[in-house]
Ligand binder design. Structure first.
Ligand SMILES: *Cc1c(COP(=O)(O)O)cnc(C)c1O
Length: 405
């Protein structure tokens, strides 16, 4: 019996000659935008009075975010990257900064723009967030800060990291690019560490077109960032800070403000989708999923599965190829990890710095389509595609084993 007969023609993966489960490709990502009328209702007055950047709507947006996140200060900036750059500069950081390697490279870029040496910490095998024990191991007399990511919106171990930062007198900064709408032990992400920085670009949870938010309970830092986003000038025409132009325009703030009321609903829908995927895929050998602490809320900015080739029957890249033949686009967020990238290789010394778990996890990571507008039936079909690829691989393995007897 050929493997196609055993599976039935209907079940033959497209990459092996079956019919694709989707007749055409659908989008991997799609930002959910608020109704244009609500954006324009915010923007209209700014447009009419001609104050179109860093004015009333920005201030209103900042106040609304600060209230939502229960944090004293929120400063809107041009991007998460510029926010991270300015926070590190304002703190006067020097020497080494500890960052995860399993993150988007903008995390590292911000440190490099400040001339800091990134020291990579390994991740945990289950949450995929940075491992606090490894963070502590990587501290040297030159370390000045920890820059930690809430990966995909899964809150990092805030408590353990805060204790480490206190114990070693280090600044603790969170790259919260994925985490607008996340909760750590029932409290909104945004109020932890010395500062948290969010991204409002179109792939993130709260979208302002472009933009970032710095949130902090440190009044001195807040004042510095307000100056720095405007060339460092506080009004005296004699700048106190080497700032830049990192202002947010009123239009971007209008978008962000209009999107704010929908964030919780969107996070709930993403959690439904994530659960649907996991429920449908959990029975397959060789797959594992990001684990989230019971009292935390993950935004699922991304939903990724992890493939162990020896048990699943094929590796991550083969699965991605198989899914593409079904017209299902996937991504490898975030592979290669930073310490394997051109700009960062030289900061990684394998003899001193073991990143085994990061390499194992990112080597198997595959991000599936997730956005609120995806129907349950689409998610189920994506899961079915993964099942039939796995089944085909298993059948072939059986055939080749029996052939050897
Ligand atoms: C998207 C992203 C950034 C950069 O955000 P921008 O607003 O585009 O500058 C930084 N860090 C992480 C982890 C990201 O995913």
């Amino acid at each position: 019996m050929s493997s196609s007969e055993r599976l039935g023609e209907n079940n033959l993966p497209a990459i092996h000659g079956g019919r694709p489960l989707f007749s055409q490709r659908f989008r991997f990502i799609r930002p959910s935008l608020p109704p244009l009328e609500s954006v324009m209702a915010n923007y209209g007055p700014a447009f009419d009075n001609g104050l179109i950047t860093n004015a009333d709507v920005v201030a209103k947006f900042e106040a609304a975010v600060a209230e939502r996140l229960q944090v004293q200060h929120c400063i809107a900036v041009s991007s998460c990257t510029s926010g991270l750059m300015m926070v590190q500069r304002a703190f006067g950081l020097t020497g080494e900064i500890i960052i995860p390697s399993f993150t988007f490279f903008a995390t590292g870029h911000a440190a490099r723009w400040n001339g800091l040496t990134p020291v990579f910490a390994d991740c945990e095998a289950d949450t995929w967030n940075v491992d606090p024990a490894d963070v502590e191991r990587k501290i040297t007399p030159r370390t000045s800060a920890l820059l930690i990511v809430h990966l995909y919106g899964n809150p990092a171990n805030v408590e353990a990291l805060s204790q480490i930062a206190r114990r070693h007198n280090l600044k603790l900064i969170f790259d919260g690019a994925h985490a607008f709408g996340s909760q750590y032990r029932g409290r909104p992400v945004g109020q932890f560490g010395d500062a948290e920085v969010f991204s409002l670009s179109p792939t993130k949870l709260l979208v302002a077109g472009e933009g970032g938010l710095v949130t902090t309970n440190d009044a001195t830092l807040a004042k510095a960032i307000r100056a720095m986003r405007n060339y460092g000038d506080t009004g005296s025409y004699d700048p106190e800070w080497l700032g830049m132009n990192a202002r947010m325009s009123e239009f971007n703030a209008s978008l962000g403000l209009a999107g704010l009321p929908d964030v919780d609903q969107r996070v709930r829908r993403r959690n439904q989708i994530a659960k649907l995927y996991t429920d449908h895929l959990a029975s397959l050998p060789g797959l594992r999923f990001q684990s989230v602490h019971l009292s935390d809320v993950n935004t699922y900015k991304d939903y990724s599965i992890h493939v162990t080739p020896s048990r699943f029957g094929m590796n991550r890249d083969q699965l991605a190829e198989g899914l593409l033949a079904e017209n299902i686009e996937t991504k490898k967020y975030f592979y290669p990890p930073m310490h394997m990238q051109k700009l960062y290789k030289s900061f990684y010394d394998a003899s001193r710095n073991n990143l085994k778990t990061t390499e194992e996890v990112t080597g198997g990571i595959l991000s599936l389509p997730i956005y609120e507008a995806l129907a349950d039936s689409t998610i189920e079909t994506v899961a079915r595609a993964i099942h039939r690829l796995a089944q085909h691989a298993a059948t072939r393995k059986e055939v080749s084993l029996s052939g050897r007897q």
